[in-house]
Structures are given as structure tokens and as C-alpha cells.
Design a protein around this ligand. Structure first.
Ligand code: FDA
Length: 302
């Protein structure tokens, strides 16, 4: 009850208050800080995916700026020889304002990444965006068969059917490549599973389906039970190491991350950076209000 109440006021927290929580989970505000954080992860045997923070823009000039920033990021990261790829949120490029313009913006980014033999992952945003993002992905995949991927959310009732509908696109020359996560947005019951146990059951069901069908999966979770379940499935289907990777968020559960890396599995960390960290942080606080309680305590209870 208290958690729910805290979650509802999280977006109204003062910025400096949220920063107390955020700084651990964000690589910095500048590209140089993001490169330093990525180099350090690379040195520990971990790949990265870079995300420039920002989403749900309100005018298309912001979309053009974001596109140009991503082009700059790709140049800088490739120059620095970072072992990594790129993640982006289509609403930062005008998805909800002008889907065609958004497509053109993202296409330019994917094209540059492809020229560097790199890869762009389209993050999945809230349920209002899912159809648009599936369409965007299919269109891009047609032109860039190996260098673009999508995220699937296990909490959505529709995801199993979405996978079935996408399977005809899975060919040796154009393999599907998905990141599977639980899903972070607050969605109504008719759209998303609410019971955490049932989300986990669905996660493993979807993962099994993807691994069984030979789809490359980024297993994105910090949940020990899901990691254990994933390792069992990998063993059951004898999945080769080049057909999956684990993925975690910057600053989250480093011990679990190190133990997975120590056991010889590929690991990629999602490295968010940039000045626009407020939306990213409040979403995580809303998802995990217990953390908000800790922050409130640490600030008020000296
Ligand atoms: P769970 O929430 O149960 O967390 C397990 C444990 O991990 C917690 O008990 C806690 O200890 C720790 N933990 C988890 N999140 C934490 C946090 N933020 N801060 C501190 N500790 C934390 N979602 C989405 O809708 N679209 C997307 O595109 C993506 N992309 C994405 C990329 C990557 C690489 C990851 C790892 C996750 C995403 N997500 C996402 C977010 C995802 O949907 C989900 O909300 C979070 O990963 C939390 O779910 P877990 O599976 O980690 O389990």
C-alpha cells in the first residue's frame, strides 16, 4: 500500500532528490564519461549497449537533434574501439509525432552502425508504442537483415503471438535477434500480466520458445530465478554460446553479473548516459518503490 502511494508521487520528486538515486545507474552526462564507463566494463569482459537518455519528445526538431547525437555517438564509440552496440527509444525520434520521420531518423542511425558492422537494438516502450515499434522493426530489418534487433516484454499478454507472427522473418540470411525483458512500464491488467510469479512463468515460456526456434536472445534480467531458469533452458537445448547473451543494466546487481561472466557466458551491460536522466530514473523508482523509501530515509533520517 505504502509502495503504491510512493510510486504515484515519484514523478513529482524534486530532481536533485532523484539524482541521489540515479547517479549509480547512469554512466554520466557526457559522451566521454560513457566511453570511460564502457571501457572499464570491456576490460572486465563485458560488452555494452549505449543508450542516450531521452524519450517522448514533443517536437520534431528534438528528433533531428537526437538523430545527430546518435550519429556522433557511433563515430566516437567506434573510434574508441568499444566492444558494444547501440540501443535507442523510437519516441526520441518522433514515433508518436510522425512515424515516417521517425523511421527516416532511425534508418540513418542503423545505416551508419551497419557501415561499422555494428548493431542497433530498438527498445520497446509502453503499450501505445508496441504496434508502431513492431512495424518500424520489420521495415528496418528488411533493409538491414542482420544489424537491427528488437525488445520483447514478457509482461504483455500479446508477446507470444507477436513472436509467432514474426517467425516467418527468421531466415539464415536474416536471423531474428531479440532482447527479452519483463517490461518496465505501468500497464493496465487487460494488457499486461501483473502477478510477478506469472510474469516470470511467461518469461521462461517465451525464452524457451525463442531458444527452441533458434532465435538469438539477449536474456535481460537481474532476477536470480530467471537466470537459473535460463541456464537450465540453455542446457536443455544445448544452446551454443554464440546464440544468446545475458544483459543487465548499468550499476545493477554487479555480483550476479560477475558470477555469470565468471561461468563463461557472454554479458552485455546497458549503459545509459546523457543530461536527460530524469524520465529513466523515475521509471525505475516507480517500478521499485522500495528504493524510494530508502532514499527518503537516507535523506530525512540522519
Ligand atoms: P526484478 O525487477 O525482479 O529485479 C531482480 C532484482 O534486481 C531486484 O530484486 C533488485 O535487487 C535488482 N534490480 C532490478 N532492477 C533494479 C534497478 N533498476 N535498480 C536497482 N536494482 C534493481 N524494459 C522495457 O520495458 N523495455 C526495454 O526496452 C527494456 N530494456 C532493458 C534492457 C536491459 C539490458 C535490461 C536489463 C532491462 C531492460 N528493461 C526494459 C527493464 C526490464 O523490463 C525490467 O523492468 C528490469 O530489468 C527489472 O526486471 P528484472 O528482470 O531485473 O527483475
Amino acid at each position: 500500500m505504502i509502495n503504491k502511494a510512493i510510486a504515484s508521487v515519484v514523478p513529482y520528486f524534486p530532481k536533485k532528490f532523484v539524482w541521489v538515486f540515479s547517479k549509480k545507474y547512469i554512466a554520466g552526462e557526457t559522451i566521454e564519461e560513457a566511453i570511460t564507463a564502457s571501457k572499464s566494463l570491456n576490460e572486465h569482459g563485458v560488452m555494452v549497449t549505449i543508450d542516450l537518455l531521452g524519450e517522448f519528445i514533443t517536437n520534431l526538431s528534438q528528433a533531428t537533434k537526437n538523430r545527430d547525437q546518435y550519429l556522433h555517438i557511433i563515430g566516437a564509440f567506434e573510434n574508441a574501439n568499444i566492444k558494444g552496440n547501440y540501443s535507442l527509444k523510437p519516441t526520441s525520434f518522433g514515433l508518436l509525432l510522425d512515424p515516417e520521420k521517425c523511421y527516416q531518423n532511425i534508418r540513418t542511425i542503423v545505416e551508419l552502425a551497419a557501415r561499422h558492422n555494428s548493431f542497433v537494438r530498438i527498445d520497446m516502450e509502453d503499450s501505445e508504442c508496441v504496434d508502431l515499434e513492431l512495424t518500424l522493426y520489420k521495415r528496418l530489418k528488411h533493409e538491414f537483415p542482420k544489424t537491427v534487433g528488437l525488445v520483447l516484454q514478457a509482461y504483455l499478454h500479446r508477446t507470444s503471438k507477436d513472436i509467432d507472427d514474426l517467425m516467418h522473418l527468421h531466415t539464415p540470411d536474416s536471423p531474428l535477434n531479440f532482447r527479452l525483458c519483463k517490461g518496465i512500464y505501468v500497464e493496465p491488467e487487460k494488457i499486461a500480466i501483473k502477478d510477478p510469479k506469472k510474469i516470470n512463468e511467461n518469461y521462461l515460456k517465451l525464452l524457451e520458445k525463442l531458444l527452441f526456434k533458434g532465435v538469438y536472445v539477449g536474456i535481460a534480467t537481474h532476477d536470480k530465478a530467471l537466470v537459473k531458469g535460463a541456464l537450465e533452458l540453455i542446457k536443455k537445448y544445448n544452446v551454443p554460446k554464440d546464440m544468446y547473451e545475458f544483459q543487465m543494466l548499468y550499476g545493477v546487481t554487479p555480483e550476479l553479473r560477475n558470477s555469470i561472466v565468471g561461468d563463461g557466458h557472454e554479458m552485455r551491460v546497458y549503459v545509459p548516459y546523457g543530461k536527460d536522466w530524469f524520465g529513466y530514473s523515475t521509471r525505475r523508482l516507480k517500478e521499485n518503490p522500495k528504493m524510494a523509501q530508502h532514499i527518503i530515509k537516507s535523506i530525512f533520517v540522519k
